[in-house]
Design a binder for this molecule. Structure first.
Ligand code: HEM
Length: 506
């Protein structure tokens, strides 16, 4: 049976009439649900925007933000990543919508290094994180606790100063020196003794390398097998196991009452208060607000202390000294300030430090130009409307602290190292001034600011009080190489090699 043309048209019209409301409703709901996304650079299939990133992520992202704006959406593989590059957008993330951006995001295979998310630094917001963060802030890194470690700091700095004194006139590797000092201080305040042997430093290095290696599978799930081919899974398990065995040994050692009674440990415990490990073991026994701390949690928190503290602190020291060598005017001004306060004394003491205003400015300027963690990593825990844009839950966020510190709308001649620029500003680095957030901010902000400052200020003040430092072979300080490595914590690419000579003015 054939339909005539007119019958066919009638049937079609009827169909359209029946379907019209459904089509209309679908159209309305699709326009309603159509998301307004932040600007994005063009992207390639599978790899997304990876090809637009150079070796130094923070710099490439800073360049892209100049073209696409301070709130930009990239795709690293298939993972959406929000890039924040201005003070105002950082404030939106860290203050206005703080609760939506307290997560760190999916860890992939790195979860194995954090006892399956039992740590603080990399775990998502939740009860576990809240209890541990408060434990760390109140019991491990409070001002009182940090001050109780003064003797440890002084002893380790004295050892470092002796080493510099013994090597005067020849080339000294300040990178090694600062790394070893910070590592020794951390070992002593955490475990009550040093583990500065190659084995331990090597282990920490391996751990750090893994944390910064990009897991392909995390961004491009269909290429997870590449991680397997690279041996990343096996390596991660090996490093996690090594660390676990080491930390188990240390904990058992501390639990051993015989060792507790050895003179060494006893006198340290009495004189300086408690070590991190003792406090954690104590809290495990007592419990904290009905929160159970198990062995894995203790080990994860200890790893946090090393992961959070060592790299960031020693690298800030190497950048500060590098900038002083490159800027003789600033070096002279700082040495003059220190000599005025400490003149005649054999060393700069903790009491002197409080009077060294210019020293504080030098560190602020160092952290503005060389934030050791230039990208603060967060993730959204829910769908959120941000400055009129729709941001989906589980979107990673990189806050480009370095780019914000370079914003010419805020900083005059931002590439210049000029500590005086902080003289007339209220900016501290506690996370309240979003133009200057090297320690992050808000609830997830760094709890180690006081720990880092008390150590860094005393180290640098003593070095430049007692010694003049210069680039070897009579090279001009201004020409010192300042290349950066390419990692999440940005160090000098090449070790800081300098020659020290005793100062007559100290
Ligand atoms: C110059 C030295 C340091 C710098 C520049 C630095 C920087 C940072 C930054 C940017 C964050 C992320 C903050 C955020 O998401 O808003 C952070 C977190 C953290 N830092 Fe530091 N840090 C330093 C020293 C330390 C020290 C000495 C310790 C411990 C002894 C430490 C322990 C931690 C911990 C545990 C976290 C995780 C906090 C959380 O996720 O809630 N940091 N740090």
């Amino acid at each position: 049976m054939y339909l005539s043309l007119s019958s066919l048209l009638s049937v079609l019209s009827l169909l359209v009439l029946i379907l019209l409301p459904a089509i209309y409703l679908k159209y309305i709901s699709s326009t309603k649900t159509q998301k307004k996304l932040p600007p994005s650079p063009w992207k390639l299939p599978i790899i997304g925007n990876f090809h637009q990133l150079g070796a130094n992520f923070h710099r490439s992202l800073g360049d892209l933000a100049k073209k696409h704006g301070p709130l930009m959406l990239l795709h690293l593989g298939s993972a959406p990543v929000l890039i924040v590059s201005s003070r105002d957008v950082a404030r939106e993330i860290m203050k206005t919508h703080e609760f939506a951006f307290l997560d760190r995001g999916e860890l992939g295979i790195l979860k194995k290094l954090t006892y399956n998310g039992k740590d603080i630094v990399l775990s998502d917001y939740g009860e576990n994180w809240r209890q541990l963060k408060s434990l760390v802030v109140v019991h491990l890194l409070s001002n009182k606790r940090v001050e109780s470690f003064q003797q440890v700091r002084e002893e380790e700095i004295a050892l470092m100063m002796d080493k510099i004194g013994e090597t005067c006139g020849s080339v000294i590797d300040f990178t090694e020196l600062f790394l070893s000092l910070v590592n020794s201080v951390l070992c002593r305040v955490t475990f009550g003794r040093k583990y500065s042997d190659k084995n331990f430093i090597g282990m920490v290095e391996e751990f750090k390398k893994l944390v910064v290696i990009l897991s392909v599978g995390q961004y491009i799930p269909c290429l997870s097998w590449v991680d397997w081919l690279r041996g990343l899974n096996v390596k991660t398990e090996k490093v996690a196991k090594k660390f676990d065995e080491f930390l188990e040994g240390v904990i058992e050692e501390r639990l051993d009452s015989n060792l507790r009674e050895s003179n060494d440990v006893k006198s340290m415990t009495v004189e300086h208060g408690k070590y991190f490990i003792d406090i954690l073991l104590e809290k495990q026994k007592e419990g904290v607000n009905n929160f159970h701390i198990d062995r894995d949690t203790i080990k994860a928190v200890i790893l946090d202390m090393f992961a959070g503290a060592v790299d960031t602190t020693f690298t800030t020291l190497e950048w500060a000294l590098s900038e002083l060598v490159r800027n003789p005017r600033v070096m002279k001004k700082l040495q003059k300030e220190i000599s005025l306060i400490a003149k005649g004394k054999p060393k700069v003491t903790v009491d002197d430090i409080g009077k060294l205003e210019y020293l504080r400015l030098v560190f602020k300027e160092t952290l503005r130009l060389h934030a050791p963690a230039p990208l603060v990593i967060r993730a959204s825990s829910q769908d959120v409307k941000l400055l009129g844009y729709d941001i989906k839950a589980k979107t990673r966020v990189f806050i480009n602290v370095w780019a914000i510190g370079q914003d010419p709308a805020i900083w005059e001649e931002p590439e210049e190292f000029r500590p005086e620029r902080f003289l007339d500003t209220p900016f501290d680095y506690k996370g309240n001034h979003y133009e200057f957030i090297p320690f992050g901010g808000g609830r997830r902000g760094c709890p180690g600011i006081h720990f880092a400052n008390t150590l860094m200020e005393l180290v640098l003040a003593n070095v430049v009080y007692k010694f003049d430092v210069a680039v070897p072979n009579g090279e001009r300080g201004e020409n010192l190489d300042m290349s950066e490595n390419s990692a999440l914590t940005v160090h000098r690419k090449n070790h800081l090699l300098l020659v020290a000579t005793p100062r007559s003015e100290s």
